[in-house]
Write a protein that binds this ligand. Structure first.
Ligand code: DON
Length: 567
């Protein structure tokens, strides 16, 4: 709800463009949802840390200052372009199903919170793997900024106050969460300027600073997680924690109009769907001229024809997502999905004048809608190393299970599995085999931290939260920049479009605004259906690196809040 209200409040300027300039810098930049997190990352860059060092520090600080999605009890994906002639990699730290998980464990249990929906967390292992492989500064120095903020406290800003008040009102049965996030004594609610102090979280982070990932996966913290699970009927054991491994995986690589695009492979669906959609759209001329970056906005951006092609492309990619994608250790992923000739066939199937009803693509499967909480940040350093990181607890504040005595929340990522084997219905249940629960399996994700490169060097670092909308938010940002001539500020501000195959309706942030009325009417006449109201889609904190000058241009997404910090 917060997202909806804010999106409406800021509006999206004429044709979605704001006059404001992105922040520019020459040495390094961090853009995230939380100002103290961006500043902490920037301080690490100034101390001589590289982009991975800054990303690790930013991620730990987000666990303190943006607790709805920043985390140590969740998981995610970090795309790294190491520079120095090396190609990008993906550090994958998605949560896993505990060993005791079974395919039918959620069949008659629709709960989205509580102990059973917690997956074995990956964040601490993932950040440690990224640091071990690419970091320069000492691990401890990267965790300590978060320890200090948790221990000494910090002033809550308006978005965080709203977020804390929201979860306190909605999670009365979670006593530890209520205790840890209780407003300052004597107050009924958080207000901007109040101080949030988190002594237990400080202690947990201090242990991680001193002991590295073992302090989390094997030491007293692991014991507390296992005890919490046992007390609440959850499944994660000390053995699950000790067995958890983050992975370095080869990213999905595609090309689009002379750019190289790198994004996470399965267990995220992001890379495959994004590259598949770009491959299809490459068959169409979306803008009149190749638009020079920063020129503003090509007039064809919101033409019925462009929007039609983009929606039809999204519909097809999301259908394949539901059919085929899951953890590659458990499910064979068909190689054709990102092939150029497959995209050519899909492009040829798009009727230029009519919407294709989603039923006709695969009548047997429907999809549920999703919540809007995760967080993405982007980092670039002086030497051109770039990091795009998206990580999550899944829903806002995850499972709402605050591990007693540790000050941190566990994810509800198990809800990203298909819950009922073989049962697929129009209300949104999916039972396709690729993403069913199995012990040790990673649940399918849509997280899409993305690096767009030119001549071997990153030019755009982007990504977003938003569940299944994530991939389309990233697509929108890339199209704005590559096809429609927006600078990074304009690209982030522009209204976004989403279609996920089922429900067979498009979401468009510009719906209801007079400047898009004629286009929407035309699209309706072509058979498209739209969500009746606009809601904010995503939160895409992004950086553009000018390929000619190397100058950095950053844009924090204003749909929630955020800050670009650079020097
Ligand atoms: O991994 C995923 O795709 C989801 N768990 C992400 C959830 C999400 O983005 C929710 N909010 N923004």
């Amino acid at each position: 709800m917060t997202l909806v209200v804010l999106a409406v409040a800021i509006g999206f300027g004429p044709a979605g463009l704001a006059a404001e300039k992105p922040l520019d810098a020459t040495h390094g930049m961090v853009v995230s949802v939380s100002p103290p997190a961006s500043d902490a990352g920037l301080a690490i860059l100034r101390q001589g840390g590289n982009a991975v060092d800054a990303a690790v520090a930013t991620a730990f600080v987000l666990a303190v200052t943006w607790p709805s999605a920043g985390n140590v009890g969740g998981g995610g994906f970090m795309m790294i372009h190491p520079g120095r002639g090396q190609g990008p990699v993906c550090v994958e730290y998605r949560e896993t199903a505990p060993a005791a998980a079974t395919p039918r464990m959620f069949e008659n249990d629709p709960r989205m919170d509580g102990h059973k929906v917690c997956g074995t967390p990956g964040t601490v292992a993932g950040l440690a793997l990224a640091h071990r492989t690419y970091g320069k500064l000492a691990w401890r120095d990267l965790v300590m900024p978060a320890v200090r903020l948790a221990r000494d406290g910090f002033a809550v800003d308006r978005p965080l106050a709203g977020s804390l008040n929201g979860v306190l009102a909605k999670s009365r049965q979670f006593a530890e969460l209520q205790r840890v996030f209780a407003p300052p004594s004597g107050k009924a609610k958080w207000q901007p300027g109040d101080r949030l102090v988190q002594p237990e979280l400080a202690q947990s982070l201090d242990r991680i600073a001193a002991g590295g990932p073992d302090a989390f996966y094997r030491g007293p913290i692991a014991g507390r997680i296992a005890a919490e699970m046992k007390a609440g009927g959850g499944l994660i054991t000390c053995r699950d924690l000790a067995a958890y491994r983050a992975r370095i995986r080869a990213p999905i690589h595609g090309t689009y109009r002379g750019y190289d695009v790198f994004a996470p492979p399965p267990p995220s669906s992001g890379g495959i769907c994004l590259v598949q959609m770009l491959n299809v759209l490459e068959h169409f001329k979306l803008s009149e001229d190749p638009a020079p970056q920063g020129r503003g906005q090509s007039p064809s951006r919101w033409s019925p024809q462009t929007m039609h092609l983009v929606i039809e492309t999204m519909r097809r990619a999301y259908c394949d997502r539901a059919r085929y994608l899951g953890d590659p250790d458990f499910t064979a992923i068909p190689p054709h999905l990102t092939a150029k000739d497959y995209a050519k066939r899909l492009a040829a199937q798009i009727d230029p004048a009519r919407a294709t009803p989603s039923e006709t693509l695969a009548p047997e499967i429907t999809l549920a809608s999703e919540s809007e909480e995760t967080t993405h940040f982007s980092v670039v350093d002086e030497k051109g190393m770039a990091v795009a990181n998206t990580y999550t607890l899944e829903n806002a504040f995850g499972s709402r299970v605050m591990v007693r005595g540790t000050g941190f929340l566990l994810n509800n990522e198990m809800t990203d599995f298909n819950r009922a084997p073989g049962r697929t219905d129009r209300k949104g249940l999916i039972g396709t085999p690729a993403n069913l629960v199995a012990p040790g399996k990673r649940m399918l994700s849509s997280q899409t931290p993305t690096l767009v490169c030119r001549d071997g060097r990153p030019v755009l670092v982007t990504g977003s939260p938003g569940g299944r909308t994530i991939i389309n938010t990233v697509l929108s940002t890339i199209l704005q920049v590559v096809d429609f001539g927006s600078d990074v500020r304009q690209a982030v501000d522009a209204p976004r479009l989403h279609h996920q195959w089922f429900p067979d309706r498009a979401g468009f942030e510009g719906i209801g605004r007079p400047e898009y009325a004629a286009t929407i009417e035309r699209l309706r006449a072509m058979g498209h259906r739209f969500e009746p109201r606009a809601s904010g889609q995503g939160d895409a904190h992004s950086i553009w690196i000018d390929p000619k000058t190397g100058r950095l241009w950053g844009a924090a997404d204003k749909r929630i809040c955020g800050k670009a910090s650079g020097y």
